[in-house]
Design a protein around this ligand. Structure first.
Ligand code: AHR
Length: 865
């Protein structure tokens, strides 16, 4: 297949081979309605407007990005026009309800500028759009039919730039130009628009499809085909020369972690609280109006002597409106909480219980508190002090007399009558670093073991939220737990905010990692469910008049983290919470893989300018959208370059083949532009498994990144945590349940890079006794030095089914035999339980090393002389 690419990519002299080509021909632009209208915009070409040649066929040159994944992202009745500005302008309807449409433009029909979804009026949907010049070559007239009320109405507007539109007018049918026509393409009658264009443009479309197909085939390569792909391959030999005199400084923050409350990573996960729905704040709206998800979820009464209802009349705090009111007819029964898939108790461990309670009918009974297993056996018991008429926090310590994995917490009122309860909490005393309101020790430790240099939080999509009201506001997450403002988690559950900004920053301080909060760039997630906000269509955006307050919140965050408690009220809150020293906040991410629309750009710039002006030392991290190429990626980089943003957050979840065939991705980057933070990445197999194949691919990618760690400053695999049976996204780095932690093979790759990091990189050269590119691309090496210890770290990845007998020349790096630790992760591609095997070895200047098949080796040479 390689020759095809060569032909495609080789320029002008070869074009003469096709001297019979026409100067111009016709293209037909259409969408088919296939894949529930999600298949995108297609082209066919013709010389005579009769015989049409489908390009692709049905290749998606641009897809609609409007609305949520799954249900939306649909394209109806696209129309195209070529403007005097040298751009193609495309419009299409996004559905049959929303008062908006999609607009995109392109210089060549291949590269598209990010889409916009203008809302020009608020009543009618926009179907069957048409676009025409007004005859002056200066402005475009748009018209459409609004029909969602049943009757058809015609509307029109005009624009010169597709950013500003004249007020929408009702029009009559006469305005329509019947822009669409029909063409027979592959025996189907398609409706679309026809345009006479240069052959060069058509040729560009055809070649783009061919290159895409070639690349897709490469990216689809999987190790399961290795027995065929490498059937004649035998043990290989390699000379690996490390060039001691060719070194460069690299980032000392390369490996970090991305924490998002997805897959129950926070509540029910790393946040050690054992009571589910402790504040009775779950709401059906957390889960698209799920009637089975409400204030009583996870709670039940143990018999009919007690009943309970949810009230809101006099809460402890307005942010935490709901509380339970128990009516006790006979002292015997209680209210039980099932925890998050049960409560895990450890023998002899101590648990802090607390509850806000009050009597409603004047009786001053106490509460008996019990730890139970699922059969009702009591494992611990205590009694609180007497309840009072006003809300009061009661605390007690319970000790579990045994191990229980599916336990319950029971509260049994000791007097008849009515009482109110809220913020019922059971917390293991043993948390990570013994922090109050802290993190589950085993889970936090497995993260600390990676030695991450930074922690990104709170997302991901959780950071920018689903709709403006769902944007994550850090101020709602600090202070007393009962005053924090819980909210819907866009992954389909609830965020108590018990794990809030103070806890995130404290964790960073505890593990010596730089905190990296991500704030929304004034826009919510572009995949949000319908957003009928008048500003900016689907993506929406905080109204400009509210942006000042929003920006102030971000500036306050910097003060809260770094300021002087004596002079700043936010810093004082940090100190009062237990951290008088600054948290040394240096990085703030603004935006999360957003659509780089005008709405985004305007708000991003406002935030960026404000931070830069007041805190020039803070590194603002911008975004280049959700992909490693395409319109948002290009526009994101363009905007960041224009504004001088110092670092860009790139996201891409790619197939193993992508990583193998894009090893020079960062070698191509312009070193004079922004640094890169690879904020979300992972190798995705078609079945989303995580195993040696994905782990080796990620190791290969990190080796390539390490070579480019003068431009790539930071990386974080995503997502990090996933609770078994509560997983919305696969694969993840670490799976867990209430009792066990199950790191994936990929976890060990992160750990091998994190623990054995360097800050100086040495170039190397691999001379393999095989010329096939497919083979050569699957062996990689990286050598770094950790200045602090003086150790040299050698990494070798072998993604082949055969071993490589290698001679590693470390000339200039060591003269004497040195002690080293060898850590090798190896196994068949589908092995999902592999762990590194460690051995102590010696290494000399010319060192022979057998690289095992399908392996990733890290050799740490101790302070070589
Ligand atoms: O990592 C999971 C999700 O992937 C993140 O929330 C989002 O940023 C990305 O699309």
């Amino acid at each position: 297949m390689k020759w095809i690419l060569l032909l495609l990519l080789t320029s002008s002299p070869l074009l003469n081979l096709f001297a019979n080509e026409p100067d111009s021909a016709y293209i037909f632009a259409y969408s088919t309605g296939k894949q529930d209208n999600k298949a995108g915009l297609h082209f066919a070409w013709s010389r005579d407007q009769k015989t049409w040649h489908a390009i692709g066929p049905e290749f998606a040159f641009v897809k609609s990005d409007y609305g949520v994944w799954g249900a939306e992202k649909r394209m109806f009745s696209p129309v195209l026009t070529f403007g005097p500005d040298g751009y193609w302008h495309a419009l299409w309807s996004v559905n049959d309800q929303d008062p908006t449409f999609a607009y995109a433009k392109s210089p060549d029909l291949v590269r598209w500028i990010p889409q916009e979804y203008p809302i020009l009026h608020h009543r009618d949907n926009c179907t069957e759009l048409e676009i025409q010049g007004d005859g002056t070559g200066k402005q475009y007239i748009l018209s459409w039919i609004g029909n969602h009320t049943g009757s058809e109405k015609f509307f029109s507007t005009s624009t010169t730039d597709f950013k500003h539109y004249t007020p929408v007018k009702k029009a009559d049918e006469g305005i329509r130009i019947n822009q669409r026509t029909q063409a027979n393409i592959a025996n189907r009658t398609e409706t679309g628009t026809m345009h006479k264009v240069s052959w060069k443009l058509i040729d560009g479309l055809i070649k783009h499809v061919q290159v895409s197909k070639y690349r897709n085939a490469q990216h689809a390569e999987l190790m399961r085909d290795d027995p065929t792909r490498f059937r004649d391959l035998h043990q290989l030999e390699a000379n690996i020369t490390v060039q001691a005199n060719e070194s460069k400084a690299i980032s000392d923050k390369l490996i970090g972690i991305f924490f998002e409350d997805i897959n129950y990573a926070a509540d029910g996960g790393i946040y050690a609280e054992l009571v589910q729905n402790r504040g009775f704040e779950y709401q059906p709206t957390d889960r698209k109006n799920d009637p089975n998800w409400h204030s009583k979820t996870a709670w039940k009464t143990t018999n009919s002597d007690v009943s309970f209802e949810i009230e809101t009349a006099s809460p402890i705090h307005e942010n935490n409106k709901h509380y339970a009111v128990l009516t006790v007819n006979k002292v015997s029964a209680g209210l039980q909480n099932e925890g998050f898939d049960g409560i895990s108790l450890k023998a002899n461990a101590k648990y802090d219980f607390s509850v806000f309670a009050k009597t409603i009918d004047g009786k001053d009974g106490r509460l008996k508190i019990r730890l139970l297993d699922e059969h009702g056996t009591i494992y611990g018991e205590t009694t609180t002090g007497a309840l009072t008429e006003n809300w009061k926090k009661h605390e007690a310590v319970l000790v579990s007399k045994g191990d229980v994995s599916n336990g319950r917490l029971e509260i049994i009122p000791q007097a008849e009558g009515k009482i109110a309860l809220d913020m019922v909490s059971l917390f293991p005393q043993e948390t990570f670093n013994g922090r109050k309101n802290g993190l589950r020790r085993d889970l936090a430790q497995v993260l600390a073991d990676i030695k991450p240099r930074f922690v990104r939080f709170p997302g991901g999509c959780v950071a920018h939220g689903q709709g403006i009201e769902n944007i994550y506001h850090w101020k709602n997450t600090i202070g007393p737990l009962e005053a924090r403002k819980p909210q819907r988690n866009l992954w389909g559950y609830h965020q108590s905010m018990g794990l809030g900004y103070y806890e995130y920053f404290q964790f960073c301080a505890d593990i010596g990692a730089a905190p990296m909060p991500i704030v929304a760039a004034g826009v919510p997630c572009q995949n949000s469910e319908k957003c009928d906000h008048p500003i900016g269509g689907q993506q929406g955006g905080i109204p400009l008049e509210d942006m000042g307050a929003y920006i102030q919140d971000i500036l306050d965050l910097i003060e809260w983290a770094n300021g002087d408690p004596k002079t700043n009220k936010w810093a004082k809150m940090r100190a009062d919470a237990g951290h008088p020293e600054p948290f040394n906040l240096k990085y703030i991410g603004v935006g999360n893989e957003d659509l780089i629309s005008e709405v985004f750009i305007e708000r991003f710039q406002m935030i960026f300018d404000a931070i830069k002006e007041k805190y020039p030392d803070i590194v603002v991290i911008g975004t280049s959208g959700p992909w490693s190429e395409g319109s948002d990626y290009e526009r994101g980089w363009e905007v960041a370059t224009e504004l001088g943003v110092p670092m860009i957050d790139e996201h891409y979840y790619q197939t193993p083949g992508w990583y193998i065939h894009n090893q020079d991705f960062y070698d191509r980057y312009d070193r004079s532009k922004a640094k890169v933070y690879v904020g979300e990445y992972a190798a995705h197999l078609p079945n989303r498994a995580t195993n040696m194949e994905t782990a080796l691919t990620e190791a290969l990618h990190l080796i390539n990144i390490e070579r480019n760690a003068d431009v790539v400053s930071m990386t974080s695999y995503a997502p990090l945590l996933a609770k078994e049976k509560r997983t919305q996204w696969s694969p993840d780095l670490i799976y867990f349940n209430n009792d066990e932690i199950k790191p994936t093979v990929g976890y060990y790759v992160q750990k091998l890079f994190g623990v054995h990091a360097g800050n100086e990189y040495f170039a190397n050269h691999i001379e393999l006794n095989h010329t096939d590119e497919a083979v050569r691309k699957r062996v990689a090496c990286s050598v770094v030095k950790d200045e602090e210890s003086g150790d040299i770290i050698i990494r070798l990845a072998n993604l082949l089914p055969v071993g490589v007998s290698s001679k590693v020349t470390l000339d200039g790096l060591l003269t004497e035999t040195a002690k080293a630790t060898k850590m090798v992760l190896s196994g068949q591609p589908d092995a999902d339980k592999a762990q590194p095997a460690t051995a102590e070895i010696t290494v000399e200047k010319d060192w022979a090393y057998e690289i095992p098949p399908y392996s990733f080796s890290v050799i740490r040479v101790s302070n070589p002389k």
